[in-house]
Design a protein around this ligand. Structure first.
Ligand SMILES: [Mn+2]
Length: 388
């Protein structure tokens, strides 16, 4: 998309302006980001999802058996009827993986890399419902779906910010409010990481949280070095064939440190492996058990497509691609595959298209590598047949 065209979702500023002035920096309130927005899911349907085994959900009851009581789903149907009239919240994670119309909302965020998006969480709150003042370590767009929610924003926080004593929730002990707004359906609030916020339902309300993912520095280091170590032999060790006689045998000298730094730099500087690890890591599905596929060979796939079958992306799959020299890397749900550069347009199609069929695949089905790729993606579960 053109980064210099005003975006309705961003209140008429361009993607370039948003990224420059707000993203990861400061909050932005956008009235009618999605004009006349009608939530594709209602509170009953959300509660229905929270009954399902594979769906992550939580209930937070402000005056429960203890203050801010938290219960984890899946829930039994009668649990909802026993809740108080007011001051509780139901949070359902990754609704985009279960409701296609919710996944479609993500099309509005194509000015950001799709691999940065985590999920769409939807919360229902009874009047007065809230999860308390808190901060998150990731960016979030809070889109009001139904009813009204009053948002207050506060100070920037960090790991030293005092929290209430609570086993499960990170509620701020101290909230220094600065701005506040009441959001109505279609209104949206962008919040950068670590900004304190506190949303309280004015009436029955649904709020969509489009959350982002950014690995912590500790995760990058531990996961990347774990990945690297798979490719290292036990014979590769600290070496000091260049050693000089020591003056004090108990002293660790500067030259030892230099050799270690060289060893680290040699491996950490391997861009190809860094890219491979990162692509695999960022496309790991939230629910890997939902990404599985059938046994299938090229001929069967071709046959099905010729008979009108349609392939769609598994809503639980994550896809991304990158370049390495003249080749391409496709990342699909935690795995990677090196492909010849001529498949670039097919890769882009696989990542972006809502559906794959004879019409848009066309010539690619005549390409053995192309067919092979589609077949592998179906077997792996990242792509699936539409009517299954
Ligand atoms: Mn939050």
């Amino acid at each position: 998309m053109n980064p210099d065209i005003p975006v309705q979702l961003l209140g008429g500023i361009t993607a370039r302006e948003f990224l420059r002035d707000y993203w990861q920096k400061k909050p932005l309130l956008i009235r009618q980001a999605i004009p006349d927005f009608e939530s594709p899911i209602d509170p009953d349907e959300l509660a229905g999802l929270a009954l399902e085994e594979e769906v992550e959900s939580r209930l937070i009851i402000e005056n429960g058996v203890r203050p801010w009581e938290m219960r984890r789903g899946p829930f039994a149907e009668d649990e909802f009827s026993k809740l108080p009239e007011t001051e509780w919240t139901l949070l359902v994670q990754a609704v985009d993986q279960f409701v296609p119309e919710v996944a479609e909302l993500l099309e509005n965020f194509r000015f950001l890399p799709s691999w940065r998006i985590d999920d769409v969480m939807i919360s229902y709150a009874a009047p007065g419902g809230s999860v308390g003042p808190h901060f998150d370590n990731y960016d979030v767009f809070l889109l009001q779906g139904h009813g009204k929610r009053h948002w207050k924003i506060g100070q920037m926080c960090d790991t030293d910010s005092p929290l209430l004593e609570h086993a499960d929730l990170r509620i701020l002990a101290d909230f220094q409010g600065s701005d506040e707004w009441t959001l109505e359906p279609g209104d949206m609030l962008y919040l950068p990481p670590r900004l304190a916020h506190w949303g309280v339902a004015v009436d029955d309300c649904l709020t969509y949280s489009v959350g982002f993912r950014a690995p912590s520095a500790a995760e990058v280091l531990t996961h990347f070095t774990d990945f690297l170590s798979q490719f290292m032999s036990d014979e590769e060790r600290y070496t000091d064939a260049d050693a000089q006689p020591v003056s004090d045998p108990h002293q660790i000298q500067r030259d030892a440190l230099d050799r270690l730094k060289a060893l680290l730099a040699e491996h950490m500087g391997d861009e190809r492996l860094l890219l491979t690890w990162f692509g695999q890591f960022m496309t790991e599905p939230r629910y890997p058990e939902l990404v599985t596929g059938p046994e299938l060979d090229d001929a069967e796939l071709l046959d099905s497509l010729e008979q009108g079958a349609i392939l769609i992306r598994n809503p639980s799959a994550r896809l991304a691609w990158s370049e390495v020299d003249d080749d391409l890397l496709l990342f699909a749900s935690g795995q990677s595959r090196l492909l010849p550069g001529r498949l670039r347009e097919l890769l882009k199609l696989v990542c972006a298209a809502d559906a794959l069929h004879m019409d848009n695949l066309g010539q690619w089905l005549a390409d053995e590598d192309g067919r092979d790729l589609l077949c592998e993606l179906v077997k792996q579960g990242s792509l699936g047949f539409a009517d299954e």
